[in-house]
Unconditional design. Structure first.
Length: 162
């Protein structure tokens, strides 16, 4: 059984346990992702192209890693004009392992991999900083308002008086 899915503006032919590299999808390694935009499903000799039937199909995958592609260099030169430009670009990519193709309106069990432990650690690190900030605000004395400047003297009045 295989399916054709659309993600990141591209189409991919996927089957169970395939690894695909797609445009960056938010998530950490171990997270589950679901692709709902299935364009075609083939089971043996039976091919499904019906939009209504395809809307009930979901492809589940697991994020393997977040990576960056090869550097692509765009070099532009204009002859005899002493004009050139060199720019580089590296695409943000996500490697995904397809775990299952679910039919009949079933949805995958969404799990978080390393992300579940990360927020707990982040909160523990942020808590002491927040406590210090709150204590600092209470201890700080209210600041005085800035002193107003005296109005500028008029040069014409002084010149006429002299």
């Amino acid at each position: 059984m295989f399916a054709v899915i659309k993600t990141g503006g591209k189409q991919f032919r996927v089957a169970a346990n395939d690894k695909i590299t797609v445009a960056k999808i938010e998530g950490n390694p171990g997270d589950t992702v679901a692709f709902g935009s299935v364009l075609m499903l083939t089971e043996g000799e039976k091919t499904t192209l019906d939009v209504k039937a395809l809307s009930e199909i979901t492809v589940a995958g697991e994020i393997v890693e977040q990576a960056r592609g090869e550097k692509v260099i765009a070099f532009k030169k204009r002859r005899r004009q002493n004009s050139k430009r060199k720019r580089g670009f590296r695409a943000e990519l996500t490697v995904i392992r397809i775990t299952d193709i679910l039919t009949g309106g079933k949805q995958p069990e969404m799990k978080k991999g390393d992300a579940a432990a990360a927020p707990v650690a982040a909160k523990a690190k942020a808590a002491p900083k927040a406590a210090k900030a709150e204590a600092g605000e209470e201890a700080a004395a209210p600041k005085k308002a800035a002193a107003k400047k005296a109005p500028a003297k008029k040069a014409k009045d002084e010149a006429s008086e002299a």
